[in-house]
Write a protein that binds this ligand. Structure first.
Ligand code: SAM
Length: 364
């Protein structure tokens, strides 16, 4: 993942993780110092909960950090309604309220580099929200068109249930499973993702299942474990955007908005490799959310990254890793896996594309 080509421009503007799990764990463990892979900021800023005093957002991509800075200003300076309008969350949309978005952008108190970067984007797209403009989000808008075309009439019925048993019953008995399998076969593979998004750097998987089987099972969980309409990821796969209130991710929920607005601690932006930062041990953290970054590690780094980060951890620290198609074969000395204690949170996660592992650091 360290290839320059992949890090140019915004790769994620909404993101592809439901960090409600991390959001709840930070609160449950009363973590004070939090380290999170930044991504769009949507995955990481909601971790600024009550009791948190220090939040570090790490990303190799300078542009992703600029986006997080913009997001933070919109939490701090805007009302909840203005926040939704600016980002184009329900009841707004990404391409309406452009004049309001422009006015909001002009009044935000932004560093010069943040303003300059987004001014240029907004001038080009005439104040359409940046929410779906990342490379990942644009790829999923293409995939949504394929889904819609191949599923045909009633393509989104799975998103129209408000009763989980009725939704499960529909999925098991009436859902157009053969057409769905054809879609997954067509788009859920390395060649397609490399062509559309990863430019040859798609993950080297090491899980035994094939891609097709993996995606089929992941969506089956999404369609049978929780209401599909609650998942921003399912909405993206079917509509290319989020169309309803229940589908908004944690970052746009009123409780997260309030918590970030009220957050009094500092936010630190680290434009450096996460392992190198943690290895220095200059700052020690109680909670770490490493996203799926470790799935891209290879060789010695794959084997030893959990040992290398130890200087950056306080005893008892919680580390949440979201492995994607590749589960690192790594040395976990000093860590106890506690995923099973939080199985419910893992099952309720609304993207279901990750093997989530939760560890507690218990050095002897
Ligand atoms: C692995 S990606 C996944 C994006 C994420 N799922 C989201 O929802 O925003 C997370 C971010 O990690 C960053 N990244 C990749 N390798 C990194 C590293 N070694 N250290 C710090 N950040 C890294 C990428 O630039 C990207 O923005």
């Amino acid at each position: 993942m360290s290839e320059k080509k992949y890090f140019k421009g915004l790769n994620y503007t909404l993101g592809n993780e439901d960090t409600t799990l991390e959001y709840k764990l930070v609160r449950e463990y009363h973590s004070k110092s939090v380290f999170a892979v930044c991504g769009s900021g949507g995955r990481s800023l909601p971790l600024a909960g009550p009791g948190v005093e220090y939040l570090a957002l790490s990303d190799l991509s300078h542009e992703q950090l600029l986006l997080a800075k913009l997001r933070l200003s919109t939490y701090k300076e805007l009302s909840y309604e203005e926040f939704l309008t600016f980002w184009g969350y329900f009841p707004s949309d990404d391409d309406n309220f452009r004049d309001s978005r422009k006015k909001i952008f002009e009044k935000l108190n932004l560093d010069q580099d943040v303003r300059g970067y987004f001014q240029q984007i907004f001038e080009e797209n005439q104040f359409v929200s940046v929410l779906y403009t990342g490379k990942w989000e644009r790829t999923f808008q293409v995939l949504a068109k394929i889904t819609r075309t191949l599923l045909g009439k009633d393509f989104d019925r799975i998103l129209r249930f408000d009763d989980l048993n009725a939704q499960k019953n529909y999925y098991l008995n009436e859902f157009p499973i053969n057409r769905w399998k054809a879609i997954l076969f067509l788009v859920g593979n390395k060649t397609m993702f490399n062509a559309l998004l990863y430019k040859g750097h798609f993950i080297e998987k090491n899980i035994p299942e094939g891609h097709f089987e993996f995606y089929l099972k992941a969506f089956e969980r999404l369609f049978t474990q929780s209401l599909a309409q609650n998942s921003f990821f399912v909405q993206l796969c079917f509509y290319g955007k989020i169309q309803t209130l229940p589908g908004v991710p944690i970052e746009a929920r009123i409780e997260a908005h309030k918590a970030i607005k009220d957050y009094q601690g500092a936010v630190h932006y680290l434009n450096e490799d996460l392992v190198q930062h943690l290895q220095k041990g200059d700052k020690k953290y109680d909670f770490l959310s490493l996203s799926d970054v470790p799935s891209y590690f290879k060789d010695d780094l794959e084997k030893n990254f959990m040992q290398m980060i130890r200087p950056g951890l306080n005893p008892g620290a919680i580390v949440v890793n979201r492995y994607y198609l590749r589960i690192p074969d790594c040395d976990l000395s000093g860590f106890t896996e506690i995923t099973d204690k939080h199985r419910n949170l893992v099952e309720q996660e609304l993207v279901q594309m990750y093997t989530i592992k939760i560890y507690q650091y218990n050095p002897v």
